[in-house]
Design a binder for this molecule. Structure first.
Ligand code: C2R
Length: 182
């Protein structure tokens, strides 16, 4: 039987890349775009790839085992349904692995959540909410990890929090103005 040379399909890491987002399928991109956009807003160089523990296991193993040596600091894995990707990535690396469960067609992402979060002891996956909120929060959490050694990035995180608070305050001001007219 001909041996598949899947290893040659493993993407290279561009120097300076700090976060790698792996998605089980391109169908996960509409949700994970939020994750990529957030990391880019913070100016964190990010790679994003379609890679599946089920469909391209050798590429996942090769990319993940060399991720730390290639300068990657955090891995974010998004997968839906039988979502094994984050767990398998965590099995291959000591880098922090953040898992984002994707909404799924038949079980609304609860299958993805359970598959990602219910890891056996010893192999952690920090698991986020299903969908866009999880995608955004995984990105912010990755920035928080990297910012421990980057004061400029930490300042950007505090500015982000201040922006959120200002948004809430503006909404409250608008609410007060509308209720006071009634
Ligand atoms: P398709 O849309 O390609 O059929 O994929 C993907 O993340 C996607 O949400 C359907 C769903 O299958 C998921 N998938 C996994 C893995 N690989 C693909 N859960 C994996 O390795 O865990």
């Amino acid at each position: 039987m001909k041996k598949m040379n899947e290893k040659s399909l493993t993407p290279a890491v561009i120097p300076g890349t700090k976060v790698a987002i792996l998605m089980g399928s391109d169908s996960d991109l509409p949700v994970m775009q939020k994750c990529l956009d957030t990391l880019r807003e913070f100016g964190v160089r990010t790679a994003i790839h379609v890679m599946s523990a089920h469909r391209s296991p050798h590429a996942v193993a090769e990319y993940t085992t060399s991720a730390e040596k290639n300068g990657i600091e955090v891995m974010i894995c998004a997968a839906g349904a039988a979502a094994h990707l984050a767990g398998v990535v965590s099995a291959h690396t000591c880098l922090p692995v953040l898992g984002v469960p994707m909404p799924s067609k038949y079980l609304s992402g609860v299958d993805s959540l359970y598959s990602t979060v219910q890891m056996p002891g010893g192999i952690p996956v920090a698991t986020f909410a299903i969908g866009e909120a999880g995608a955004t929060n995984a990105a912010i959490f990755a920035v928080q990890i990297i910012a421990r050694k980057d004061p400029e990035l930490m300042q950007k995180l505090y500015a982000h929090k201040a922006k959120l608070a200002k948004g809430v305050s503006e909404k409250d001001a608008a609410l007060q103005a509308s209720v006071s007219k009634k």
